[in-house]
Ligand binder design. Structure first.
Ligand code: GAL
Length: 415
């Protein structure tokens, strides 16, 4: 330094600053804060840092992401959008229509996303023909998780119909065991509800009722039977279910405090993070019914931001997210399956293998359906209207007749 001229010192400082500024930056808004979720998002953070990126974490706790979405709106309204946001389903196109999403087509095209992603899922990632989100995984929503030793001790098989589920639950209840671990939050009520719609009504009914919002389906006798079953399920939860987080409900199954949980396979991420083994400590099966796969694809959208460092960060994130190595490691932790069709499932467990096989079969049969409860099927106002009715019914003694009327009215008013 002693021999350096003032000019050289200044240039060195400028250079350091330039190098520092050139590091790809990403402020990432997500709601992955449970044990399994945090392990999974750490994979992305590590891969990003390994490639020289600087990660600023913006976790907003709250399963299902409602709180995260409120935080996002506040940030965008104040003109300070995060660089990357966990966003999914039609909300991606809604934000695009507001003119705030970045186009990531250059990365998608360079990485040939169209060749490695299922067409139905790629569609969710496009806005006006441009790529506007990067998919992370495929979660299946219609799963039942069970404590294996409770089932064995009570001579219970995994139920394949809702009648079998009710019979098993009645038996457990009589034995003093909480049949269903549940958290009374609107999105969790809706998660159960949509699996009952699928199971009782079948895939075509699910499509008509929860995707097309067909008034006849919403007020049908089938929908009344769905609410009848919801009323039964309400009788199978413990007294402290109100407001409970989903991962605490999963822990109840893990710890032998309850037999079953109906939840997407992020619950498997919790079991795995706690060192539990599928087939040994817990079992998985699709929720009762003959067919159908309710998918919930997590994805990240990049918001329009200034600064090359941030834009580089967005490109790097997009590239990593759809890359084969991230897809494998992340999904091993998250409980989901890779969204890429060319990633080997050798390291995945039997629940994941079943998910992938069913996804393929249901895809071919036309019964691969978007989850309403997880924002894949409808605009927020519409799914919100449905979820309000489901929760109001679950937490009262409303009749199924009244519930279907309220449902049809709420949906009509939300259009
Ligand atoms: C879902 C999300 C999953 C999982 C879950 C619970 O909506 O897609 O990745 O995080 O919420 O938080």
């Amino acid at each position: 330094m002693k021999h350096m001229t003032a000019f050289a010192a200044l240039s060195a400082a400028t250079l350091t600053a330039t190098v520092a500024m050139a590091e790809p930056q990403a402020e990432v808004l997500h709601w992955w804060t449970s044990g399994g979720e945090a392990k999974a998002v750490a994979v992305l953070q590590k891969q990003f840092s390994d490639r020289g990126g600087v990660w600023t974490d913006m976790p907003v706790a709250g399963g299902g992401g409602d709180a995260a979405m409120s935080a996002l709106r506040a940030r965008v309204l104040s003109g300070n959008a995060p660089t990357a946001v966990q966003l999914k389903g039609p909300a991606i196109q809604e934000w695009y229509d507001e003119g705030v999403l970045a186009d990531i087509s250059d990365v998608a095209e360079a990485q040939h996303w169209d060749d490695v992603l299922p067409a139905q899922i790629a569609e969710h990632m496009k806005c006006d023909g441009h790529w506007c989100a990067a998919p992370v995984n495929v979660h299946r929503v219609n799963w039942v998780w069970a404590n294996k030793s409770i089932l064995e001790a009570n001579g219970i098989e995994m139920p394949t119909t809702w009648e079998e589920f009710n019979a098993a639950a009645d038996k457990l209840k009589a034995a003093g065991i909480t049949p269903l671990a549940h958290g009374g939050q609107a999105w969790q009520d809706a998660t159960i509800f949509e699996t009952v719609v699928l199971g009782i009504g079948g895939p075509d009914f699910y499509q008509k009722a929860l995707v097309d919002l067909d008034p006849d389906a919403l007020t049908s006798d089938t929908m009344k039977s769905v609410f009848d079953e919801m009323r039964k399920l309400r009788g199978y939860v413990d007294d402290n279910f109100s407001g409970r987080d989903w991962n605490l409900a999963t822990a109840m199954v893990m710890n032998g405090e309850a037999a079953f949980q109906i939840m997407g396979d992020w619950a498997k991420g919790e079991f795995l993070a706690a060192g539990k083994e599928p087939g040994v400590d817990f079992v998985c099966a699709p929720t009762p019914g003959d067919a159908g796969f309710l998918y919930n694809v997590d994805s990240f959208a990049m918001f329009k931001v200034d600064g090359k460092d941030k834009q580089d960060g967005q490109k790097l994130l997009a590239e990593l997210i759809v890359g084969p190595s991230f897809q494998e490691t992340f999904n091993l932790n998250k409980g989901s399956i890779p969204v890429r069709t060319d990633v080997s499932l050798d390291k995945f467990d039997d629940c994941a293998k079943k998910s992938a096989a069913d996804m393929k079969a249901d895809g071919a049969a036309g019964s691969l359906l978007p989850s309403m409860a997880h924002g894949m099927a409808l605009h927020g106002a519409q799914s919100g209207a449905i979820m309000d009715v489901v929760t109001a019914h679950f937490n009262s003694d409303m009749s199924s007749d009244d519930a279907v009327k309220m449902l049809a009215d709420a949906v009509a008013n939300s259009m």
